[in-house]
Unconditional design. Structure first.
Length: 308
């Protein structure tokens, strides 16, 4: 009897020691489908871009995923050092005031309004067309395992803020995985890993940034005349866009829209060259200068491009 009690005590001590040495292993992997590269040489100052909240077409995550995808894209665009990205709340406020759609399709009229008011070169929008998380695992007496896989498909469109034309459209797919396991663990498997959502979206969005950059930079850089006071002309581009004192720009007055006779889509606008603007003072987000040899004075909303 005494020997039996000693044996039970030894087993209990062994189990207690094992439980105290409980270990858990975690691992996470991210992968993305590679998209076809579109090459375009970058020229000129930083482009001014707006990113609209993505439309979530899935039954997953409600409105959370659309905002998350837009935030990820904004971060990745800023990291390139080639863009000035307008804050989302400014875009949302403008769209709300103008009673424009908050997500989804951006038509030519909407793009032109946003481009003129906020001085945008391009607008990036899109949709999350597929998203899902698959969880598998096992829960045995001495071992527990869990594996989660999140998959996302993101569709993006780059829209010319002057004409409303779609410059580029593409899809990116991303996947994020996490796994955990425990030996002689006390309790059940861990809960849902929300970080997988962001990782899968980031994997899908990040691969598109290089092509977005190339497509936006195909078109010559431009900015807008913000204000005119006598001989002084203010533009909505400053040092953050790469402007410098003494820089020369050509100013144009935009006229009527030019539409394709086949599709009816706006393909451009008529332009009247007003003359050369020489910058005299450059600030963070704006600059001022004087016109040189102008036929007539420019006005707010006129277009300015780098002089050849």
């Amino acid at each position: 009897m005494i020997q039996r009690m000693i044996g039970l005590a030894a087993v209990a001590g062994l189990m207690t020691g094992c439980a105290a040495m409980q270990s858990t292993k975690m691992k996470q992997a991210v992968s993305a489908n590679v998209t076809e590269k579109v090459d375009s040489k970058y020229t000129g100052p930083k482009r001014r871009v707006g990113v609209v909240d993505f439309d979530n077409k899935t039954a997953y995550g409600q409105n959370r995923l659309g905002g998350a995808a837009a935030d990820i894209l904004i971060t990745e665009l800023v990291k390139t050092g080639k863009f000035v990205v307008v804050e989302r709340d400014k875009l949302n406020k403008l769209m709300d005031e103008q009673k424009l759609g908050m997500t989804g399709a951006i038509d030519s009229t909407t793009a032109a309004q946003m481009g003129k008011v906020l001085g945008l070169n391009a607008i990036v929008t899109g949709a999350i067309s597929n998203f899902g998380v698959n969880t598998t695992g096992s829960d045995y007496l001495i071992t527990q395992t869990k594996r989660q896989v999140a998959q996302a498909t993101v569709d993006i469109r780059v829209v010319d803020a002057e004409t409303g034309q779609v410059l580029y459209a593409d899809s990116g797919k991303g996947e994020a995985k996490s796994g955990s396991g425990s030996f002689l663990g006390m309790g059940t498997k861990g809960g849902y890993n929300e970080g997988l959502e962001g990782e899968a979206l980031r994997a899908a969005v990040s691969q598109l940034v290089e092509n977005i950059t190339s497509q936006i930079n195909k078109k010559p850089w431009s900015c807008r005349v913000a204000e005119v006071e006598g001989p002084t002309v203010y533009i909505d581009a400053g040092s953050e866009s790469g402007m410098e004192n003494g820089q020369k720009l050509m100013v144009f007055k935009l006229g009527r829209e030019i539409k394709s006779p086949t599709t009816g889509l706006v393909i451009g606008r008529t332009e009247e060259k007003l003359g050369e603007l020489v910058l005299e003072e450059v600030m963070d987000s704006m600059s001022k200068g004087r016109m040189k040899g102008a036929a007539r004075a420019p006005s707010s909303g006129d277009l300015a491009r780098m002089a050849n």
